[in-house]
Design a protein around this ligand. Structure first.
Ligand code: FMN
Length: 415
């Protein structure tokens, strides 16, 4: 029998394999958060404060982790989050990751900052594809991209709203790692001391398709990852506001999701603007270092808007038990970023498939051990929350109170 484990028995093993394989600058770009990594650690710590309350003597022999998301069934409750870098972790990494997702029957999200064109991924991987949109300051360019996504047949659009300005990732400066990539004394040594990545990824690109580039950037700024974008200001998005979401709702006929929601009022506003879903996310702890853990704010957001839209969550999910906890709180699905990126860096498509398989097995085991046969049977009674977690300040806020402040909040995210 073939061994598909790749020697990795959990996501941490895949992370360690990725760490050994990737240049340090690239590994830290994927692995770390921002500033002091507070949000990164807090995301994990918050999971540890939630315990499961198992029921026993339940016949769990026929259990299933299938869910229905936007009317379509999928065999497990996870979605691959948008990450613009999988293509740099492994040659053809984005397509490999998308193929692994398709084989597992779960959606894969193509990022605006992807290095493989959405059409290529659709052609070579198939499966259920979503597209993540970063809005640019030139709205017309973004709307053109949305039209392209529609023409490519994608069924869902995720607008990411938590990056009004670039995050303060000091480690990237120290490592000499930047996007676009620049080669200097520090990172050349880093790359040369990681020959498997140099030969297997970078040189292979150079010998075939050339230096990877941001395939969805408008031609006005599209460049290779080593070049300085000629019109970088076009890519700024600090003027994004709720009106943009309303416009997108008119332009985009499919499922529309808003990613990067951490405040219950914003979830309500997203519903008001016609969004179908919100993704409770702190970008995996990569944006605002003092942001709350997503699993801690999830209950407030579900209580405020869960009846009006689909609520999904990401940031820090590394174990099946983390996924089970989010589902028990009421999330309809969980997005994973690094878990499958580590897998991709460790072994391309096979590594990504391994990461998904690990999560599937862990979710299944935890469901069995707490006496649950289906996702529908998971609820807050399965959980023990430490320190009153899940009873956040805004929970008691009434819908009219939220609506009364809507005009004020609607003028822009800075409020
Ligand atoms: C290397 C990397 C690149 C990312 N790129 C994007 C991106 O281009 N767009 C986006 O909306 N989110 C991006 N994210 C955030 C993920 O979509 C997701 O919110 C996050 O990874 C979830 O946390 P996790 O990595 O702990 O699972 C990125 C995350 C990582 C780790």
């Amino acid at each position: 029998m073939t061994d598909n484990t790749l020697g990795a028995y959990n996501i941490a093993d895949l992370r360690e394999m990725a760490r050994r394989r990737l240049p340090k600058g690239m590994f830290e770009f994927v692995d770390r958060g921002t500033e002091d990594d507070l949000a990164l650690r807090n995301n994990r710590a918050a999971f540890e404060r939630i315990k499961l309350k198992p029921r026993t003597l339940v016949d769990v022999s026929g259990r299933s982790q299938e869910i229905t998301l936007f009317g379509k069934r999928q065999p497990m409750p996870i979605v691959i989050a948008p990450t613009g870098t999988a293509g740099l972790l492994w040659y053809g990494g984005e397509t490999g990751l998308a193929r692994a997702a398709a084989a597992a029957g779960i959606p894969f999200t193509v990022a605006t900052n992807s290095m493989t064109a959405m059409e290529t991924i659709a052609d070579q991987a198939g499966g259920r594809l979503w597209f993540q949109l970063y809005m640019w300051s030139d709205r017309a360019l973004s709307h053109k991209l949305v039209a392209r996504v529609n023409a490519a047949g994608f069924d869902a659009l995720i607008v990411t709203v938590d990056g009004a300005v670039a995050a303060n990732r000091e480690y990237n400066h120290r490592n000499g790692f930047s996007m676009p990539m620049k080669f200097g004394a520090r990172n050349v040594a880093d790359v040369l001391t990681h020959p498997r990545w140099l030969a297997g990824v970078l040189l292979r690109y150079l010998l075939t398709t050339g230096m990877p580039r941001f395939e969805h950037h408008p031609s006005e700024v599209r460049d290779t990852i080593t070049a300085r974008p000629s019109a970088k200001s076009l890519l700024k998005n600090d003027s994004l506001n709720w009106e943009d979401l309303r416009v997108l709702r008119k332009l985009w006929p499919g499922v529309l999701m808003v990613k990067g929601i951490l405040h219950p009022r914003d979830a309500v506003l997203a519903a008001d603007c016609g969004a179908d879903a919100v993704i409770v996310s702190n970008h995996g702890g990569r944006m605002l270092d003092s942001s709350m853990a997503t699993i801690a704010v999830l209950p407030e957001i579900l209580d405020a808007a869960g009846k009006r839209l689909t609520v999904m969550v990401d940031s820090g999910f590394r174990r099946g038990s983390d996924v089970v906890k989010a589902l028990a709180l009421g999330a309809q699905a969980v997005l994973v970023g690094r878990a499958t990126l580590y897998g991709t860096a460790a072994g391309g498509e096979a590594g990504a498939a391994r990461a998904i398989a690990i999560l599937r097995e862990e979710i299944d085991r935890v469901m069995a051990l707490i006496g649950v046969r289906s996702v529908a049977e998971l609820d807050r009674a399965c959980l023990h929350m430490a320190d009153g977690m899940g009873r956040g300040e805004a929970v008691g806020e009434t819908a009219p109170a939220i609506l009364a402040t809507r005009g004020r909040v609607a003028v822009g995210p800075m409020l």
